[in-house]
Write a protein that binds this ligand. Sequence first.
Ligand code: WT7
Length: 652
Amino acid sequence: MADSETGQIDNVMQEDRLFPPSEQFCQNAAIGSMDDYQALYDAAKNDPDKFWGETAREELHWFEPFDTVCNHDGSHVEWFVGGKTNISYNCLDANIAAGNGDRLAIIWEGEPGDTRTLTYKQLLTEVCKFSNVLTGQGVGVGDVVSIYMPMTPELAIAMLACTRIGAIHSVIFAGFSAEAIADRNNDASAKVQITSDGLFRRGKTLPLKDTVNAALEKSPTVECCIVLQRAKNDCAMQAGRDYWWHELMEDASADCPALPLDSEATSFILYTSGSTGKPKGIRHTTAGYNLWTKKTFQWVFDWKPEDIYWCTADCGWITGHSYIVYGPMSNGATCLMYEGAPNHPAPDRFWDVVQRHKVTILYTAPTAIRAFVKWGDEHIDKHDISSLRLLGTVGEGINPDTWIWYHEKIGGEKCPIVDTWWQTETGGIMMSPLPGATATKPGSCTLPLPGVVPVIVDEGLHPVETNHGGMLCMAQPWPGMLRGIWGDEKRFQEQYWSTFPGNYLTGDNARVDDDGYYWIMGRIDDVINVSGHRLSTIEVESALVSHDKVAECAAVGRPHDLKGQAICVFVTVKDAQAGEALRDELRLHVRKEIGALAVPDDIRFTDGLPKTRSGKIMRRLLRDIAAGRQAAGDVSTLEDFSVLAKLSEDQE
Ligand code: WT7
């Protein structure tokens, strides 16, 4: 049967480069060979109860032991049933008990250049005090605390204080509008709001408290607002509702034992963008989430106590929850936290930070890497970044040529790259190389972690053949998985469980190659169907990005009378002259790289692409523009409206 009939996706990209880890890296790694990986993977697959039961007993502190490792029935999943633990305890008290209380937990750098450090002991003191502040405001187990803050240590302190007392945090990225905050507060019935007076971004002060004031007018459930003084800008405080963080902390006791919480107690909700306007609060729980972030951090980053680990995400996203706060800290890692923009005061800020703090592990996003490529190598050449030993990426697929640049220019050809595939819903990393074991291929997230059992099916729910793409699903539960959508069981069922009953639907397409490596092919909704050939966005885009004049590219389909869909690509160029000659060059280039089938019908040059605030290209909006429609649907997650306005104007 043809791919067009089964709904499989054609694989048109061929990537043969292979990068095995160096012998030296393997020797020092906790998992130093493919045999070690395979043994772990098999143990988790063959007897999950034994594997996860033992791992949970080893890794987490149990106030009360669990009696059942896992109960599952379709979408209804529980892990470590009957047990009681506490995430904040596992991140703080446990490290101190192990003798690591004087190790740095956080090395923080503000955008203006101010720095602060906190040891695990110091962090515990702050967290205990703030836990008592929250309790003093009437916050108890199961209450929702809304957090809208800059990337300061207090953001992590607020999160850890919530999980310490069983309150549920809902962190909202500090770039969202008042409207978006109010929507989320109302959906969650948030009781307390935490924010700051302002935040520094590219040298300017953004008045966060003003935004929150507007949001709170429409958030009737919020009873009080705690305000961190960060930027010292003027802001309106409402008597009886608003309190300064530092004033409440003055009188707070530093004694607050962690509360034993049920394994399945909700730890946090995190809103993620859906295609409709209604916010979707992904709900995570306690023990399984904690264990998943702790183990995956060890496996994927091959973490050592002397590492200075830097994840450049914001705590407003799941990456910040799992790989700035909970995963690293439950291992006792030293985390660098940076408040500001990568290009302030100059495009070399990241490399300046790496050099000064001797960062050893860097975890960032493809959108940032593409920006570094565009800004030019001279910003890297100014700095000694040889402390780096491992690099990671997350958030989108990485085009192979961008991967090669990262490997050569940032990794000095010696650092393994872990391309980590996962989602807000999965709680932690699902597929990734293990840096001391897996030979990497640029653009592939390689292999599933222990406990992850992927299955790829076509539209008829039949497993696809090797090198054909289909819908990526998970056949088995894993400890870190979401437990629901806050207040919307129906949407939870429909979105993740109804397409392929009994399996979790990721919403991504993927293929497996001859070596069993996974290649993510983009979102299911983004597939381009040209004359019955179903093409993946990332493959077309990667072909264009491999041209040396292209900085970034997004491919979408638009309606076409004969072919069904035509390919329309939006391209930003490095510094070349965009024009008809370059269009011809790019068409020829794609023809050579992947063939006539994928040659774009329209090539549109643009200064920027519409992205979410977390840096993902919003192809949905580009589809509207390519079809000559007004870009519609939810645009509240759009980072820069002017990009969209410009693109829409260009077509008039
Ligand atoms: C979606 C999840 C994972 C934390 C940050 C984003 C895409 C993520 C990769 C990767 C290709 C990736 C997928 C996924 N994605 N990582 N390494 N390769 N695609 O979390 O906002 O929930 O987004 O991001 O499409 O489904 P999120």
